[in-house]
Design a protein. Structure first.
Length: 453
C-alpha cells in the first residue's frame, strides 16, 4: 500500500492499491480500525459457491482479542480500490472463526480471522420446510433468497435472476436455503439457453442466479497476455507502463486439460437417460450426444473439445451412449391427464439432466490458475481473452498457443493484499476451442490397421 496522497489521480505501480477501510465492529457497536496491523488479506469468490469468504492475518500488540473483544460475533467492514480502474470493493462481512494464534514476542501475537457474507451465517441457522405450488424455479429461488436469507433487492435485484421456463410443485424437506437453491439450480431451464447450466453465486456486485451460457456470451472484460508473449522478457512488477502491466500474466499454472477417461465417464460426450413414469408405468430410453447438444447451446468459443474420429467400434466418441447411464422419474405429460390431479407438472428431466452433465463437464475440462497485478475491475462471472505463447524456438514473430489461447470464464478469484502489493489470482475455465480439432484420418491405412490391434 502507498500513501493516499500519491493515489489521488492514479497508481504508481500496477500492484499498488488503496485500503480505504478495514474496521472490526463488535456486537456492542465498538469499532477498531485494523488497517495498520493487517499483514495479509485474502478475499475469495467462486462461481460454484453461494457466498464470498475471506481471511486476514493480523499482528496484535494491543490485546485486541480482549479489549474489543473478539468472540465470533464481530463484523468486518472492508473497502479497497485502485483509482486508475475506477472500481471499488466494498462489503460488510461477518467474522466467524479465529485460527493459527501464535505468540511472536512478549508483546506481540499473530492470528488469523476468517470471515464470510452474513448470508452464510443465516444459512447455517435455519432450515426450510415448505411446499411451493405452481411456481417457476426462478420465483422459488427469489423467495428463498429474500424471505429466508434476507438478501436485499439491492444485492439480488430482479435483473440478476434469469427467468426460467415451466412451473413446478416442489416440497423442500427441511433443507438449508443454499442447499435448496443449489438443488433447484440443476432443474432450471431458461427459454433462451438450453444447456441447463444455472448457478447461484455471489461476486463483487452481489448475488446472481444465471445460466453459465449467459455468462459465456459476455464480451471479454479484459485481455491478458503471458509476460514473455507481451514483453519478450520477464515482467518487471514495478514497470511504469501501468496499462501493459495490468494486462500481464505474472505466473500461470495449468490445473487441468483433457482427461478422456473422466470426460467419457462423466457424460461429456454422450450418455443415456432412462426415465421411469410410475403413474403410467412406462420406461423410456433417451440417448444424448454432444453432436446434438453443442450446436444448440452457447459456449465461450466456437468449436467443441472433441475429434470426429471413430474408435475401433467404428463409432465416434460422441455416439458411445453407454458411457453414462442415469435413471430418473419423469412426469412428462402428466398435466394433460384427465384422470390425474390438475396440479401435476412435467419435471422436464428430459431437458436438463444429461444436458447439465455435459455442459458442466465441459466447463471443467480446461482450467488454469494465473496471477496478475491486483484488479478490482474483475470479478467471478466475467470473461477474459487470454493469450499464451507457443513454446517454440525464438522467431521474429511471436506465435500463440492456438489450443489454449482464447476466451475464458473466471470461475474463481482471490484478491491477495499485503503491505506491499495487491495481486489477483484467477481460476479460468473454458469448454470449447477457438480452433477446430483436426479432422480424423479414418481412411488412412496405417490408422485403420492400428485400430484393429
Amino acid at each position: 500500500m502507498i500513501s493516499p496522497d500519491l493515489l489521488k489521480d492514479g497508481v504508481v505501480r500496477a500492484i499498488d492499491f488503496r485500503l480505504d477501510s478495514a474496521v472490526l465492529i463488535s456486537d456492542s457497536g465498538k469499532s477498531v480500525d485494523i488497517r495498520a496491523i493487517i499483514e495479509e488479506l485474502n478475499i475469495f469468490e467462486d462461481l460454484f459457491s453461494p457466498c464470498i469468504t475471506g481471511n486476514l492475518i493480523v499482528t496484535d500488540s494491543n490485546n485486541l482479542i480482549n479489549k474489543l473483544p473478539i468472540t465470533g460475533f464481530e463484523y468486518l467492514s472492508l473497502e479497497f480500490t485502485k483509482p486508475s480502474q475506477k472500481r471499488t470493493f466494498n462489503k460488510l462481512f461477518r467474522v466467524y472463526k479465529m485460527s493459527d494464534r501464535k505468540q511472536n514476542t512478549d508483546q506481540n501475537e499473530f492470528y488469523m480471522l476468517h470471515f464470510c457474507s452474513e448470508e452464510s451465517i443465516l444459512n447455517e441457522s435455519i432450515r426450510v420446510s415448505k411446499i411451493y405450488t405452481d411456481k417457476s424455479i426462478d420465483a422459488i429461488v427469489s423467495q428463498l433468497a429474500h424471505q429466508y436469507l434476507k438478501i436485499s433487492s439491492q444485492k439480488l435485484p430482479d435483473t440478476a435472476v434469469t427467468p426460467t421456463t415451466g412451473t413446478y410443485t416442489i416440497a423442500i424437506p427441511n433443507w438449508r436455503p443454499f442447499y435448496a437453491i443449489n438443488w433447484l439450480s440443476r432443474m432450471a431451464i431458461s427459454s433462451h439457453y438450453t444447456g441447463a447450466s444455472f448457478v447461484f453465486f455471489e461476486n463483487r456486485d452481489g448475488f446472481q442466479f444465471v445460466p453459465i451460457e449467459a455468462l459465456a456470451q459476455q464480451d471479454p472484460i479484459q485481455q491478458l497476455w503471458n509476460a514473455k508473449q507481451r514483453l519478450g522478457s520477464e515482467t518487471d512488477r514495478t514497470t511504469s507502463d501501468l496499462q501493459s502491466a495490468s494486462q500481464t500474466i505474472l505466473e500461470y499454472n495449468v490445473n487441468g486439460t483433457f482427461d478422456m477417461l473422466r470426460n467419457i465417464s462423466s457424460g461429456m460426450f454422450a450418455g443415456t437417460l432412462i426415465t421411469v413414469d410410475p403413474l403410467r408405468q412406462r420406461i423410456a430410453t433417451i440417448p444424448r450426444s454432444l453432436d446434438e447438444i453443442f450446436p444448440h447451446t452457447k459456449h465461450l468459443n466456437t468449436n467443441p473439445l472433441v475429434s470426429d474420429g471413430d474408435t475401433r467400434r467404428k463409432l465416434p466418441i460422441t455416439k458411445e451412449i453407454q458411457s453414462l447411464y442415469r435413471v430418473y422419474p419423469t412426469t412428462l405429460g402428466h398435466n394433460q391427464l384427465t384422470y390425474a390431479q390438475t396440479n401435476l407438472h412435467p419435471n422436464q428431466v428430459e431437458q436438463w439432466l444429461l444436458q447439465r452433465n455435459m455442459y458442466l463437464s465441459g466447463i471443467h475440462t480446461n482450467r488454469m490458475t494465473l496471477s496478475i497485478p491486483g484488479n478490482v475491475g474483475l470479478t467471478v462471472g466475467n470473461t477474459v481473452d487470454v493469450k499464451f505463447p507457443a513454446i517454440i524456438s525464438q522467431t521474429k514473430t511471436r506465435e500463440f498457443d492456438q489450443l489454449y489461447s482464447g476466451k475464458y470464464l473466471i470461475t474463481a478469484l482471490r484478491h491477495s493484499i499485503n503491505k506491499l502489493e495487491h495481486l489477483s489470482y484467477l481460476e479460468i475455465s473454458k469448454d470449447s476451442s477457438a480452433v477446430k480439432y483436426p479432422t480424423s484420418l479414418n481412411a488412412d491405412q496405417t490408422l485403420t490397421k492400428l485400430k484393429t490391434l
